[in-house]
Ligand binder design. Structure first.
Ligand SMILES: Nc1ncnc2c1ncn2[C@@H]1O[C@H](COP(=O)(O)OP(=O)(O)OP(=O)(O)O)[C@@H](O)[C@H]1O
Ligand SMILES: [Mg+2]
Length: 443
């Protein structure tokens, strides 16, 4: 709208200037012409005898022409509109005329006038010629031109506003649809997605990102639901068994020894529940990624020694040997690293074949530092291997009811590795051997 308005103003001013210049030159040309005529061909007396000859030479009402001797009544006086003339200098007979000799006046209503006076020698007398032009027609043309420009500006205003409104409404329709869609999203309706086929390219990215966000939310929500279902299921079993024991015991009077036995078994079950709750809390906190790491420079030889020392007794009970090799350094949270290592070694002792050997190796290169825990054990299918790190997953179905296995140990290892920016993987180098690898990025 601004551009149309400025272009219109510019055109109007240019046109006005060129019209005025043309009328100026017409006045000057007329004066020049008659000065020569009076000087060489026509005397004032001839003019006086036939003034109508001259009046016919002028074509319109807008021109003023006055010829006469200075100080006397003019011989020719053409001024149909009786316009007043401004004071003007007289240009001497031998001097050339220029635009600078013209003077401006104003005739009602708002019509400009341009006039000049020259002197000429005609038949030995000094004659003054005055010519002027009233820009009546020019002003009318300019006024109609100006009106058209104003109309165009108004039209441009209206069109821009109207079209802009329509285009914006049309262009933002996908956004409105997205808002409606978002309003309709509830936990129960997380599976609905925006149809982005007719979305303009500018909004395609937004709608894709929006759908991606819904995918992630639905996935997280689904996992959370699964997790709480698993949790309820896992807690129900030990609680049910506790209740069963108590009900049986209460059916008839028991001896002190029997009560003691019951309490001891109940305590074991309660300890398992307590361990599970603690593990779940740990996982929940690790998911929040809020758990601030207390990183320290660790010597892995010391750490391995500490863990193997702790598990030596248990290993001996199952006639197993723990063998460590390699050494390295790591920037990690010592408590969390020990916890991850303990979980792996505890698993190895629990699931490896009796009398076998458990190897713990440290491998360090420029890219990463790896800790591998390898043992002989059952052959697991690929799908079982893929699920080992899931919460509550146990590969051996018969252990589901066992009182010491929760299926949370490896999930905790995975969470600890995520916190450290590393990862845990499992592989079967040969059938019957299973190897867990903790890979830390090099410090
Ligand atoms: N070293 C291993 N050798 C063979 N199987 C293993 C080994 N480590 C883990 N597994 C299998 O992976 C499953 C999941 O292990 P995880 O440590 O997560 O749970 P868990 O040992 O059953 O219980 P928790 O560690 O919570 O007491 C185990 O039940 C077992 O079947
Ligand atoms: Mg375990």
């Amino acid at each position: 709208m601004l551009a149309v308005a400025s272009a219109g103003m510019y055109l109007y001013e240019t046109m006005k200037a060129s019209v005025m210049t043309r009328s100026d030159h017409a006045v000057l040309a007329r004066l020049d012409h008659f000065r020569k005529l009076l000087q060489y061909d026509l005397t004032l007396d001839t003019l006086q005898s036939s003034p109508q000859l001259f009046e016919n030479m002028l074509d319109s009402e807008d021109d003023i022409f006055i010829i006469g001797e200075p100080g006397k009544a003019p011989v020719i006086m053409v001024n149909p509109l009786h316009a007043p003339l401004p004071p003007m200098p007289v240009v001497e007979p031998n001097q050339p005329l220029s635009v600078a000799d013209l003077r401006s006046g104003l005739v009602n209503p708002g019509v400009p006038l341009r006039a000049a006076t020259v002197a000429a020698m005609s038949g030995g007398k000094v004659v003054h010629l005055t010519a002027a032009h009233l820009a009546v027609k020019e002003m009318a043309t300019l006024a109609s031109f100006r009106n058209r420009i104003l109309f165009s500006i108004a039209l441009a205003f209206a069109l821009t506003a109207g079209l802009g409104y329509l285009l914006l409404r049309r262009g933002l329709r996908p956004l409105r649809r997205m808002a409606e869609h978002a309003t309709a999203i509830t936990p129960a309706r997380l599976d609905s997605r925006m149809d982005s086929s007719d979305t303009p390219v500018e909004l395609q990215q937004l709608s894709d990102a929006y759908n991606g966000m819904l995918d992630r939310l639905a996935d997280g929500y689904q996992r959370l639901t699964q997790f709480s279902a698993d949790l309820a299921h896992e807690i129900r079993t030990p609680v049910g068994s506790l209740m069963g024991h108590c009900q049986v015991a209460l059916r008839q009077p028991r001896t002190a020894d029997e009560y003691q036995l019951l309490l001891a078994s109940n305590l074991e079950e309660l300890e398992r529940i307590s361990r599970m709750v603690e593990s779940i809390l740990f996982l929940a906190r690790a998911d929040d990624a809020q758990a601030a790491l207390n990183r320290q420079a660790l010597d892995l030889t010391d750490e391995l020694q500490r863990v193997t020392g702790y598990f030596e007794g248990l290993a001996e009970e199952r006639r197993m040997t723990l063998r460590t090799s390699g050494d390295g350094h790591l920037d990690a949270d010592p408590l969390l690293l020990r916890r991850a290592l303990s979980n792996l070694v505890a698993n190895a002792i629990r699931y490896a074949d009796e009398g076998s050997e458990i190897e713990i190796r440290v491998v360090e290169d420029s890219q990463q530092c790896r800790i591998e825990v390898e043992n002989r054990g059952p052959v697991l299918s690929d799908s079982a291997l893929g699920k080992l790190f899931d919460r509550f997953y146990r590969a051996d179905a018969s252990r589901h009811q066992s009182s010491d296995s929760n299926g949370l140990g490896l999930a905790i290892v995975a969470a600890i590795m995520r916190l450290h920016g590393g990862e845990v993987t499992v592989s079967q180098p040969v059938a019957g051997r299973i190897c867990f690898t903790l890979a830390f990025p090099a410090t």
